[in-house]
Design a binder for this molecule. Structure first.
Ligand code: NAP
Length: 486
């Protein structure tokens, strides 16, 4: 197989600003690693504040013309991007695996998912509508006109290097906004490749800018402090999200915040256990557990606890761990050493408090950031892993005996992103779907991400929605005209 890096020529491992691919002012670069080997796979430009502001110059300069571009034309450019991504799916997937570590099959899934945002919002671009109606008191008319909010700043995480950017860039462009994306420093290559694909598709210069940097704090602060920026959309940890919300307040920016989660997955005794097991495996292990909607706590009703635990543990133990590009690998490398150390510490803490490890629980020797699929039982309520976003292949199982008790436990968190329930009883399913304080609930299903559905959390998991019709509204302001017809 050829080197996955061949898809991104050295001249495109640089900043995408306006119509140029350019080095950072001063020429600084930083290294990108393959997390499965620890080896450097590329050097990319390390932008500073001046580069970030140059990208904002480009996005601001392109704004009026892009906003005035006919929606059908914008839509067709998004469709061309969708087709290009699907056409080059294998190349994009290999690049994702190389820089992020997930198995190739999962990376292919991410390309299909990420590309779909371009198709979905190509369809939404031509359906942005206002209203015209008589005021309730009569006498005048109300006209509403949706308008693009303006230049947008996007800050994205490393766990889905394509999809987290795609679900911001696609609706923004559909609405008529221009963009600056700052991808995670650990996975900048896929976003640069997307920018290259969009350039080839004919997206005008200045509409999609990408600024790679290891100095996120200073570059993003400068962008948020500049009045030309009109919107921030951030996906990442709740901690950084809070910080950016404070900064966004100074210019009263529109914000969308997709933050951390702590999903409970509830298996009722009346569930179809085959369905519940499949659902739990997907909800826990998709993306090596490095997903904001990953099942963080698995609650199983006492009568089926033993059978569920035995079968789940067997399936977790049968997964193969290795380099994501190798055939047959189910569990790739975690993003970095800190992620492995965090899992080690969470497992040790739970064991200290009385939990038992049924499978996994010990990091392997050798290079790369690997951790084995791990199942724990008898995990006490005060174990840190029940209060922390685990973000890896570690599954604590807790038993429950009443719906009220498990609902209270599930909701006992500052987060509110996703929850899951498995039951054949419609009444119970609906009670949990309504009672879980989360933005999303999977009912008899472990996979809930869908570009046509509104993705987003409540409480400290975020503000706003991505995907679906709601997704484009995040990029539109509404002007209203009161019209007298004397
Ligand atoms: P993170 O540390 O918050 O980083 C996310 C992004 O913010 C990265 O691009 C990072 O840049 C940047 N950043 C970090 N500190 C910053 C600062 N002071 N100012 C401006 N930008 C800053 O999160 P992560 O570890 O990459 O991602 C994992 C988290 O994302 C988890 O909590 C997960 O739940 C969440 N997530 C949420 C969703 C959702 O839809 N709700 C989806 C996926 C992930 P650097 O890379 O340079 O640090």
């Amino acid at each position: 197989m050829s080197d996955p890096m061949n898809v991104l020529a050295p001249e495109h491992r640089r900043l995408r600003i306006g119509d140029a691919w350019r080095d950072a002012a001063g020429g600084a670069t930083f290294a990108v690693e393959d997390p499965a080997t620890g080896k450097t796979i590329a050097e990319v430009a390390d932008a500073g504040v001046a580069d970030g502001l140059a990208a904002l110059d480009a996005a601001s300069a392109a704004m009026a013309e892009w906003a005035a571009t006919p929606p059908r034309q914008r839509s067709e450019l998004l469709t061309a991007t969708y087709r290009a991504l699907i056409g080059r799916s294998e190349e994009v997937a290999r690049l994702i695996t190389l820089e992020m570590g997930k198995p190739l099959a999962e990376a292919r899934g991410e390309v299909a998912y990420g590309a779909e945002f371009f198709r979905w919002f190509a369809e939404e671009a031509v359906r942005v509508e206002g209203r015209y109606n008589t005021a309730p008191a009569g006498g005048y008319r109300i006209l509403t006109v949706p308008k693009p909010v303006g230049p947008c700043v996007f800050v994205t995480p490393w766990n889905f290097p394509l999809a987290m950017g795609a679900r911001k860039i696609a609706p923004a462009l559909a609405a008529g906004c221009t963009t600056i994306t700052k991808p995670a420093a650990q996975t900048p290559l896929t976003m640069l490749f997307l920018a290259r694909i969009m350039e080839e598709a004919g997206v005008p210069p200045g509409v999609v800018n990408v600024v790679t940097t290891e100095r996120a704090g200073e570059v993003v602060s400068a962008l948020l402090a500049d009045r030309r920026t009109r919107k921030l959309s951030f996906t990442g940890s709740t901690e950084v999200g809070r910080l950016l919300l404070r900064q966004a307040a100074d210019n009263v920016l529109r914000t969308s915040m997709e933050l951390g989660g702590n999903a409970a997955l509830i298996v009722c005794a009346d569930a179809d256990l085959d369905v519940a097991l499949d659902g739990a495996m997907v909800a826990k292990m998709r993306n090596i557990g490095e997903s904001c909607i990953a099942a963080n706590r698995i609650y199983v009703e006492e009568p089926v606890r033993e059978e569920f635990t035995a079968r789940f543990t067997e399936r977790m133990g049968a997964l193969s761990v290795g380099h994501g590009l190798d055939d047959g690998v189910d569990v790739g490398a975690l993003i970095d050493e800190a992620a492995v150390t965090k899992l080690d510490e969470l497992v040790a803490d739970a064991v200290d408090r009385g939990a038992r490890v049924l499978v996994g629980g010990e990091r392997p020797d050798g290079p790369g950031h690997f951790y084995p699929p791990t199942v724990l039982v008898d995990v006490p309520e005060d174990a840190r892993m029940l209060r922390t976003e685990i973000f890896g292949p570690v599954a604590p199982i807790i038993s429950f005996t009443s719906d009220d008790e498990v609902m209270a436990q599930a909701n006992d968190t500052e987060h509110g992103l996703a929850g899951y329930v498995f039951t054949r009883d419609l009444r119970r399913a609906l009670r949990f779907a309504e009672g879980l304080e989360t933005g999303m609930v999977g009912v008899n299903r472990g996979l809930i991400s869908d570009p046509s559905a509104p993705f987003g959390g409540v409480n400290q998991s975020g503000i706003g929605k991505e995907g679906s019709h709601e997704g484009i509204l995040e990029y539109l302001d509404v002007t209203y005209a009161a019209i007298d017809l004397p």
